[in-house]
Ligand binder design. Structure first.
Ligand SMILES: [Zn+2]
Length: 485
């Protein structure tokens, strides 16, 4: 066995892939060389000297090894022998599945009102840096829910840019005056604002326009649809209790999603909006911080999922608002803060299936994705707190299950293996922590506690070796702007 802390990294893969292309071209006339390469099979990586939390169990397994073959987990067992494997000494750390953030907006830099000074290229450049930052912070999968990230997802999938696996909605659909209509007061009816022009949102009215916009998103590669089903806090003209879109418009979005084998996720706060969307066949319910038993009980009965934003929904709206919030936004934020405690209590009472998403946007906020993952345990009042184990499940196996069950095999880019778990056959999306985050999730907030990030079998962060070692990959600290982690 070759014992060496030396694994292929994402960055090195880019060189290797380029080299591979050259070799493949050169080897076209020399078939035996290709045959020899094939015989070697996919690379084996053996992770030793670790405890393993599999994403679903209540306890870690002590002293268990993990064998990765190519981009999948081959075995999780004690004392694995694997000839020819590259060995990673986990130094007594805890292996967990990579984190999943179910509510990101990589292209909404600087909030909904911002961006008018940028073109889509600069916005995309910012988004790609955010993607790399999140990956190296431990998020191996994210769901980008409102924004033009369809191209970024493709670039990451093709190995052109480093970033998490992405499920993307494309532009969010909403009616005139709804939460995706961020035009200034002076805009005429139907006049497109910046966010519509760069395809972060669609403002559409009537069944025909909704169908067209929804099908356009799906045709371009959206994995699911995002619908603004009621008013929001971080926008100027939409009251929280807004009754549009109409039931017919909601039904059009759900119909288009079903045509492609996928689902609709909604932004909404109220019982009325939740009930209308549930009736239309929506599966993923974001925010909901003014909902009560009236809609939460039917949500539980239907087996639909609550997408919880503990940091943005509780800590932020019950605390200090971003500096770009207007007086109107602050007023709506206060209303939400008054409802959120009852909502959390009732969601728990009815055991609504729940996953976690941060709803972060803007350059100072990417690191808050980690704050958000810990937030159900670290930020909520004592009577509403989730345990560290529950919080970890909400950011790993729970979203993994949702993503597997709600996008069918014809539409789901990552259906070949499980996400959010460490088990035989799952994607090799693996973190190694200093300590056990299922016992104390607050340890994820200290950057140096995350020792290794592996996504798809490739290593993007590695503090397990000496900084001089060729496999060392430092903490995420991109140059420029205000990364303050
Ligand atoms: Zn959002």
């Amino acid at each position: 066995m070759r014992v060496k802390n030396h694994v292929m990294t994402g960055l090195r893969c880019r060189f290797a892939c380029a080299l591979g292309l050259v070799l493949a071209v050169t080897a076209f006339a020399t078939l035996p060389a290709i045959g020899a390469e094939e015989k070697k099979g996919p690379a084996l990586v053996l992770i030793t000297n670790v405890d393993v939390w599999d994403g679903t169990s209540d306890a870690v397994q002590k002293g268990v090894d993990v064998l990765v073959e190519g981009n999948k987990i081959k075995t999780v067992a004690k004392g694995i022998k694997a000839d020819g494997a590259t060995v990673i000494d986990g130094k007594g750390g805890t292996v967990t599945p990579g984190l999943i953030d179910m509510h990101q907006h990589l292209t909404l830099n600087g909030g909904t009102a911002a961006g008018n000074n940028w073109d889509a290229y600069v916005q995309g450049a910012h988004a790609s840096r955010a993607a790399e930052y999140l990956l190296r912070s431990g998020f191996t999968t994210i769901r980008d829910i409102a924004g033009n990230t369809i191209g970024l997802k493709k670039a990451i999938n093709e190995g052109i840019l480093p970033g998490p696996r992405m499920y993307v909605s494309g532009p969010a659909l909403g009616p005139t005056g709804g939460h995706s209509d961020w035009s200034p007061r002076t805009a005429g009816p139907g006049e497109k604002d910046y966010q519509q022009k760069v395809q972060n949102t669609h403002v559409v009215d009537g069944r025909a326009e909704w169908l067209k916009a929804a099908r356009w998103n799906l045709r371009n590669g959206a994995d699911f649809l995002k619908v603004m089903a009621g008013g929001g806090v971080a926008s100027e003209f939409d009251p929280l209790h807004l009754q549009s879109p109409s039931p017919e418009e909601m039904a059009a979005a759900v119909q288009a999603a079903k045509e492609y084998g996928t689902y609709v996720a909604i932004h909404a706060y109220t019982d009325d909006a939740y009930l209308k969307s549930l009736k239309a066949g929506v599966r993923s319910f974001e925010h909901g911080f003014l909902t009560t038993e009236k809609s939460i009980k039917p949500l539980a009965q239907a087996g639909a999922w609550w997408s919880f934003q503990p940091y943005g929904g509780y800590k932020l709206l019950c605390g200090a608002y971003p500096d770009w919030y207007t007086e109107g936004m602050k007023k709506k934020g206060k209303m939400v803060c008054e409802g959120v405690k009852n909502t959390i209590k009732t969601m728990k009472k009815y055991k609504v299936k729940t996953f976690n998403g941060s709803d972060m946007f803007g350059w100072d906020n990417w690191h808050n994705a980690l704050v958000n993952a810990a937030s159900p345990t670290t930020d909520l009042p004592d009577d509403l707190k989730y345990t560290s184990l529950e919080s970890m499940k909400m950011s790993t196996s729970a979203p993994g299950q949702f993503l597997r069950e709600n996008v069918n095999q014809n539409r789901n880019d990552f259906i070949d293996a499980k996400l959010g778990v460490v088990e035989k056959g799952a994607w090799a999306d693996i973190l190694i922590w200093n300590g056990d985050p299922t016992k104390d999730i607050s340890l994820i907030l200290k950057e140096s506690n995350l020792k290794l990030v592996m996504k798809d079998g490739k290593v993007y962060k590695n503090l397990l070796v000496d900084p001089k070692h060729e496999s060392f990959r430092a903490a995420p600290a991109p140059a420029g702007h205000s990364f303050t982690m």
